[in-house]
Design a protein around this ligand. Structure first.
Ligand code: GLU
Length: 320
Protein backbone atom coordinates (compact mmCIF):
# COMPACT_ATOMS: atom_id res chain seq x y z
CA UNK A 1 0.00 0.00 0.00
CA UNK A 2 1.43 3.35 -1.07
CA UNK A 3 -0.25 6.71 -0.58
CA UNK A 4 0.75 10.22 -1.53
CA UNK A 5 0.12 13.92 -1.18
CA UNK A 6 0.80 16.14 -4.18
CA UNK A 7 0.77 19.84 -3.32
CA UNK A 8 1.13 22.58 -5.91
CA UNK A 9 3.48 25.35 -4.74
CA UNK A 10 1.20 28.11 -5.95
CA UNK A 11 -0.07 29.53 -2.66
CA UNK A 12 -0.39 29.05 1.08
CA UNK A 13 -1.61 25.69 2.41
CA UNK A 14 -4.95 26.22 4.09
CA UNK A 15 -7.00 24.08 6.45
CA UNK A 16 -8.70 22.25 3.58
CA UNK A 17 -5.36 21.22 2.05
CA UNK A 18 -4.10 20.30 5.52
CA UNK A 19 -7.10 18.03 6.15
CA UNK A 20 -6.62 16.29 2.81
CA UNK A 21 -2.89 15.84 3.51
CA UNK A 22 -3.61 14.54 7.01
CA UNK A 23 -6.20 12.04 5.78
CA UNK A 24 -3.96 10.82 2.95
CA UNK A 25 -1.15 10.35 5.46
CA UNK A 26 -3.40 8.67 8.05
CA UNK A 27 -4.79 6.30 5.43
CA UNK A 28 -1.28 5.20 4.45
CA UNK A 29 0.04 5.01 8.00
CA UNK A 30 -3.01 3.18 9.38
CA UNK A 31 -2.55 0.56 6.66
CA UNK A 32 1.18 0.28 7.43
CA UNK A 33 1.94 1.65 3.97
CA UNK A 34 4.51 4.02 2.54
CA UNK A 35 3.80 7.72 2.04
CA UNK A 36 5.14 9.71 -0.89
CA UNK A 37 5.36 13.50 -1.18
CA UNK A 38 5.32 14.83 -4.74
CA UNK A 39 5.51 18.47 -5.74
CA UNK A 40 3.27 19.42 -8.67
CA UNK A 41 4.98 22.55 -9.95
CA UNK A 42 4.11 22.48 -13.65
CA UNK A 43 1.83 25.50 -13.59
CA UNK A 44 4.77 27.79 -14.27
CA UNK A 45 2.62 30.92 -14.35
CA UNK A 46 1.38 30.37 -10.79
CA UNK A 47 4.31 28.67 -9.06
CA UNK A 48 6.10 31.03 -6.66
CA UNK A 49 9.70 30.73 -5.52
CA UNK A 50 10.08 29.46 -1.97
CA UNK A 51 6.49 28.26 -1.64
CA UNK A 52 7.44 24.59 -2.02
CA UNK A 53 9.87 24.81 0.89
CA UNK A 54 7.29 26.62 3.04
CA UNK A 55 4.57 24.07 2.28
CA UNK A 56 6.84 21.12 3.05
CA UNK A 57 7.99 22.76 6.25
CA UNK A 58 4.40 23.38 7.34
CA UNK A 59 3.41 19.77 6.61
CA UNK A 60 6.34 18.55 8.73
CA UNK A 61 5.28 20.96 11.48
CA UNK A 62 1.83 19.41 11.37
CA UNK A 63 3.41 15.99 12.02
CA UNK A 64 3.23 14.58 8.50
CA UNK A 65 6.33 12.71 7.37
CA UNK A 66 7.15 10.97 4.12
CA UNK A 67 9.21 7.95 3.14
CA UNK A 68 9.93 9.25 -0.33
CA UNK A 69 9.96 12.77 -1.66
CA UNK A 70 11.82 16.07 -1.47
CA UNK A 71 14.56 16.06 1.14
CA UNK A 72 14.32 12.27 1.52
CA UNK A 73 14.83 10.91 -2.00
CA UNK A 74 13.69 7.43 -2.92
CA UNK A 75 13.59 4.89 -5.75
CA UNK A 76 11.25 6.98 -7.92
CA UNK A 77 13.17 10.28 -7.70
CA UNK A 78 12.89 13.04 -8.75
CA UNK A 79 9.73 13.86 -6.80
CA UNK A 80 9.28 17.31 -8.33
CA UNK A 81 7.28 17.31 -11.55
CA UNK A 82 9.30 20.00 -13.34
CA UNK A 83 12.21 17.50 -13.28
CA UNK A 84 10.21 14.62 -14.75
CA UNK A 85 9.64 15.75 -18.36
CA UNK A 86 11.24 12.57 -19.81
CA UNK A 87 8.59 10.39 -18.16
CA UNK A 88 5.82 12.50 -19.64
CA UNK A 89 7.50 12.36 -23.02
CA UNK A 90 7.64 8.54 -22.88
CA UNK A 91 3.96 8.40 -22.01
CA UNK A 92 3.02 10.82 -24.82
CA UNK A 93 4.88 8.69 -27.35
CA UNK A 94 3.00 5.58 -26.20
CA UNK A 95 -0.30 7.46 -26.49
CA UNK A 96 0.69 8.74 -29.96
CA UNK A 97 1.54 5.19 -31.05
CA UNK A 98 -1.91 4.07 -29.88
CA UNK A 99 -3.46 6.75 -32.08
CA UNK A 100 -5.28 8.66 -29.35
CA UNK A 101 -3.47 12.02 -29.57
CA UNK A 102 -3.99 14.92 -31.91
CA UNK A 103 -2.51 18.39 -32.30
CA UNK A 104 -4.72 21.31 -31.59
CA UNK A 105 -4.42 25.00 -32.27
CA UNK A 106 -6.92 25.97 -29.61
CA UNK A 107 -7.17 29.01 -27.43
CA UNK A 108 -4.60 30.18 -24.96
CA UNK A 109 -7.21 30.08 -22.20
CA UNK A 110 -7.96 26.38 -22.68
CA UNK A 111 -4.32 25.50 -22.52
CA UNK A 112 -3.55 27.67 -19.51
CA UNK A 113 -6.38 25.96 -17.64
CA UNK A 114 -4.82 22.55 -18.31
CA UNK A 115 -1.72 23.40 -16.28
CA UNK A 116 -3.40 22.97 -12.92
CA UNK A 117 -5.70 20.50 -11.26
CA UNK A 118 -9.16 21.86 -12.06
CA UNK A 119 -10.74 22.83 -8.75
CA UNK A 120 -14.42 23.61 -8.27
CA UNK A 121 -15.78 25.77 -11.06
CA UNK A 122 -12.50 25.87 -12.99
CA UNK A 123 -13.39 23.40 -15.72
CA UNK A 124 -13.45 25.09 -19.12
CA UNK A 125 -16.12 24.61 -21.78
CA UNK A 126 -16.35 21.32 -23.65
CA UNK A 127 -13.90 20.98 -26.54
CA UNK A 128 -15.74 20.87 -29.83
CA UNK A 129 -13.35 18.51 -31.63
CA UNK A 130 -12.22 20.89 -34.39
CA UNK A 131 -8.72 19.41 -34.79
CA UNK A 132 -9.55 15.77 -34.06
CA UNK A 133 -8.14 14.39 -37.28
CA UNK A 134 -4.69 15.97 -36.87
CA UNK A 135 -2.98 12.81 -35.65
CA UNK A 136 0.49 12.96 -34.11
CA UNK A 137 3.51 11.23 -35.57
CA UNK A 138 4.51 8.58 -33.01
CA UNK A 139 7.99 8.45 -34.56
CA UNK A 140 8.71 12.04 -33.47
CA UNK A 141 11.84 11.87 -31.31
CA UNK A 142 10.25 13.94 -28.56
CA UNK A 143 6.77 15.20 -27.85
CA UNK A 144 7.73 17.40 -24.95
CA UNK A 145 8.85 20.75 -26.20
CA UNK A 146 10.80 22.00 -23.20
CA UNK A 147 9.72 25.62 -23.23
CA UNK A 148 9.27 25.94 -27.01
CA UNK A 149 6.01 27.23 -28.31
CA UNK A 150 4.13 24.35 -29.95
CA UNK A 151 0.62 23.16 -30.64
CA UNK A 152 -1.17 21.58 -27.73
CA UNK A 153 -1.83 17.84 -27.76
CA UNK A 154 -5.23 16.51 -26.81
CA UNK A 155 -6.32 12.99 -26.04
CA UNK A 156 -9.39 11.70 -27.90
CA UNK A 157 -12.28 10.79 -25.65
CA UNK A 158 -14.84 8.31 -26.95
CA UNK A 159 -18.49 8.66 -25.92
CA UNK A 160 -19.66 6.74 -22.86
CA UNK A 161 -19.47 6.78 -19.11
CA UNK A 162 -16.32 6.14 -17.14
CA UNK A 163 -17.22 4.60 -13.78
CA UNK A 164 -15.17 3.81 -10.72
CA UNK A 165 -15.66 2.92 -7.09
CA UNK A 166 -14.54 5.72 -4.79
CA UNK A 167 -13.73 4.40 -1.32
CA UNK A 168 -15.69 7.15 0.31
CA UNK A 169 -18.17 8.40 -2.29
CA UNK A 170 -19.12 4.97 -3.64
CA UNK A 171 -19.76 4.31 -7.31
CA UNK A 172 -19.14 7.38 -9.47
CA UNK A 173 -19.76 7.76 -13.19
CA UNK A 174 -18.77 10.62 -15.46
CA UNK A 175 -19.10 11.15 -19.19
CA UNK A 176 -15.89 12.97 -20.12
CA UNK A 177 -16.85 13.06 -23.81
CA UNK A 178 -19.83 15.25 -22.94
CA UNK A 179 -18.33 17.08 -19.99
CA UNK A 180 -14.90 18.22 -21.18
CA UNK A 181 -14.45 16.43 -24.50
CA UNK A 182 -10.97 15.63 -25.81
CA UNK A 183 -8.65 17.02 -23.16
CA UNK A 184 -5.20 18.62 -23.19
CA UNK A 185 -2.26 16.38 -22.25
CA UNK A 186 0.55 18.65 -23.51
CA UNK A 187 0.27 22.40 -23.25
CA UNK A 188 1.32 24.99 -25.82
CA UNK A 189 4.47 25.74 -23.84
CA UNK A 190 5.50 22.13 -24.35
CA UNK A 191 4.95 21.00 -20.74
CA UNK A 192 2.72 18.16 -19.57
CA UNK A 193 -0.82 19.08 -18.54
CA UNK A 194 -2.00 18.25 -15.02
CA UNK A 195 -4.10 15.23 -16.07
CA UNK A 196 -1.17 13.54 -17.81
CA UNK A 197 1.51 14.36 -15.24
CA UNK A 198 -0.56 13.24 -12.25
CA UNK A 199 -1.41 9.92 -13.90
CA UNK A 200 2.08 9.14 -15.16
CA UNK A 201 3.54 9.96 -11.74
CA UNK A 202 1.01 8.10 -9.63
CA UNK A 203 1.65 5.03 -11.80
CA UNK A 204 5.45 5.44 -11.89
CA UNK A 205 5.57 5.95 -8.12
CA UNK A 206 3.42 2.83 -7.68
CA UNK A 207 0.76 4.69 -5.76
CA UNK A 208 -2.00 2.25 -4.78
CA UNK A 209 -4.29 4.72 -2.98
CA UNK A 210 -4.96 8.24 -4.22
CA UNK A 211 -6.51 10.31 -1.43
CA UNK A 212 -7.23 13.89 -2.54
CA UNK A 213 -9.72 16.74 -2.54
CA UNK A 214 -13.28 16.07 -3.64
CA UNK A 215 -13.19 18.66 -6.39
CA UNK A 216 -10.94 16.32 -8.37
CA UNK A 217 -13.58 13.58 -8.46
CA UNK A 218 -14.51 14.24 -12.10
CA UNK A 219 -10.83 14.50 -13.12
CA UNK A 220 -10.51 10.87 -12.04
CA UNK A 221 -12.52 9.79 -15.09
CA UNK A 222 -10.03 11.46 -17.45
CA UNK A 223 -7.13 10.00 -15.53
CA UNK A 224 -8.64 6.53 -15.80
CA UNK A 225 -8.79 6.98 -19.58
CA UNK A 226 -5.05 7.71 -19.51
CA UNK A 227 -4.35 4.69 -17.25
CA UNK A 228 -6.29 2.50 -19.67
CA UNK A 229 -4.66 3.91 -22.81
CA UNK A 230 -1.21 3.39 -21.26
CA UNK A 231 -2.29 -0.03 -19.87
CA UNK A 232 -1.21 0.92 -16.39
CA UNK A 233 -2.67 -0.56 -13.20
CA UNK A 234 -5.33 1.73 -11.70
CA UNK A 235 -5.07 2.84 -8.07
CA UNK A 236 -7.96 3.07 -5.62
CA UNK A 237 -9.37 6.58 -5.16
CA UNK A 238 -10.72 8.30 -2.09
CA UNK A 239 -11.97 11.85 -2.50
CA UNK A 240 -12.13 13.90 0.66
CA UNK A 241 -15.01 16.39 1.00
CA UNK A 242 -14.13 20.03 0.65
CA UNK A 243 -14.28 22.56 3.45
CA UNK A 244 -16.70 25.39 2.83
CA UNK A 245 -17.28 28.67 4.61
CA UNK A 246 -20.71 29.52 6.06
CA UNK A 247 -21.57 31.21 2.76
CA UNK A 248 -21.19 27.88 0.96
CA UNK A 249 -18.01 29.01 -0.83
CA UNK A 250 -14.71 27.15 -0.69
CA UNK A 251 -12.95 28.00 2.57
CA UNK A 252 -10.67 30.99 1.92
CA UNK A 253 -8.86 33.81 3.60
CA UNK A 254 -11.94 36.00 3.91
CA UNK A 255 -13.45 33.41 6.27
CA UNK A 256 -10.72 33.96 8.89
CA UNK A 257 -7.38 32.43 9.88
CA UNK A 258 -7.30 29.51 7.57
CA UNK A 259 -3.70 29.19 6.40
CA UNK A 260 -1.28 26.92 8.22
CA UNK A 261 1.40 29.60 8.07
CA UNK A 262 -0.83 32.10 9.84
CA UNK A 263 -1.88 29.62 12.54
CA UNK A 264 1.74 28.68 13.13
CA UNK A 265 2.85 32.31 13.28
CA UNK A 266 0.18 32.96 15.92
CA UNK A 267 1.72 30.29 18.13
CA UNK A 268 -1.08 27.73 17.76
CA UNK A 269 0.26 24.25 18.55
CA UNK A 270 0.26 21.78 15.64
CA UNK A 271 -1.58 19.27 17.89
CA UNK A 272 -4.39 21.76 18.22
CA UNK A 273 -4.63 22.03 14.44
CA UNK A 274 -4.57 18.26 13.89
CA UNK A 275 -7.10 17.74 16.71
CA UNK A 276 -9.37 20.35 15.18
CA UNK A 277 -9.01 18.84 11.69
CA UNK A 278 -9.72 15.35 13.05
CA UNK A 279 -12.85 16.63 14.79
CA UNK A 280 -14.16 18.03 11.49
CA UNK A 281 -14.11 14.51 10.09
CA UNK A 282 -15.37 12.60 13.16
CA UNK A 283 -12.04 10.99 14.04
CA UNK A 284 -11.66 12.67 17.44
CA UNK A 285 -13.24 15.15 19.79
CA UNK A 286 -11.89 18.65 19.40
CA UNK A 287 -8.76 19.17 21.47
CA UNK A 288 -5.04 18.69 21.14
CA UNK A 289 -4.05 15.46 19.49
CA UNK A 290 -0.85 14.81 17.55
CA UNK A 291 -1.02 13.47 14.00
CA UNK A 292 0.66 10.19 14.99
CA UNK A 293 -1.92 9.63 17.77
CA UNK A 294 -4.66 9.83 15.17
CA UNK A 295 -3.31 6.82 13.24
CA UNK A 296 -5.18 4.20 15.31
CA UNK A 297 -8.36 6.29 15.08
CA UNK A 298 -8.45 6.48 11.30
CA UNK A 299 -11.56 4.83 9.89
CA UNK A 300 -13.02 5.57 6.47
CA UNK A 301 -16.51 4.72 7.74
CA UNK A 302 -16.40 7.74 10.06
CA UNK A 303 -15.44 10.29 7.43
CA UNK A 304 -18.13 12.69 6.22
CA UNK A 305 -19.27 12.46 2.60
CA UNK A 306 -20.69 15.93 2.34
CA UNK A 307 -18.64 19.10 2.26
CA UNK A 308 -17.81 20.32 5.75
CA UNK A 309 -19.14 23.78 6.56
CA UNK A 310 -16.66 25.59 8.77
CA UNK A 311 -18.41 28.17 10.92
CA UNK A 312 -16.87 31.29 12.41
CA UNK A 313 -17.37 29.67 15.83
CA UNK A 314 -15.36 26.62 14.78
CA UNK A 315 -12.55 28.83 13.51
CA UNK A 316 -12.65 30.84 16.73
CA UNK A 317 -12.20 27.63 18.74
CA UNK A 318 -9.09 26.89 16.69
CA UNK A 319 -7.48 30.28 16.57
CA UNK A 320 -9.66 32.68 18.57
N1 GLU B 1 -1.52 19.16 -7.26
C1 GLU B 1 -2.94 19.07 -7.17
C2 GLU B 1 -3.46 20.19 -6.32
O1 GLU B 1 -2.76 20.73 -5.52
C3 GLU B 1 -3.40 17.78 -6.53
C4 GLU B 1 -3.58 16.75 -7.53
C5 GLU B 1 -3.95 15.40 -6.98
O2 GLU B 1 -3.89 15.17 -5.76
O3 GLU B 1 -4.25 14.58 -7.80
O4 GLU B 1 -4.58 20.54 -6.45
Amino acid sequence: MRGRFAPSPTGALHLGNARTALLAWLQARAAGGAFVMRVEDLDFGRVRAGVMETQLDELRWLGIDWDEGPGVGGPHAPYVQSQRAERYDDALRVLAARGVLFECACSRRDIAAAASAPHAGEEGPRYTGTCRERRVDPAAPSLMAHGRSVLALRMRVEPGDVCFEDWLMGRCCFGPADETGDFVVRRKDGAAAYQLAVTVDDAAMEITHVVRGGDLLSSTARQLLIYRALRLPEPAFLHVPLMLGEDGERLAKRHGSVSLGELRARGIAPERVTGWLAATCNLADEGEIAARDLIPRFAIARLPRDPTVITAAMLARLAG
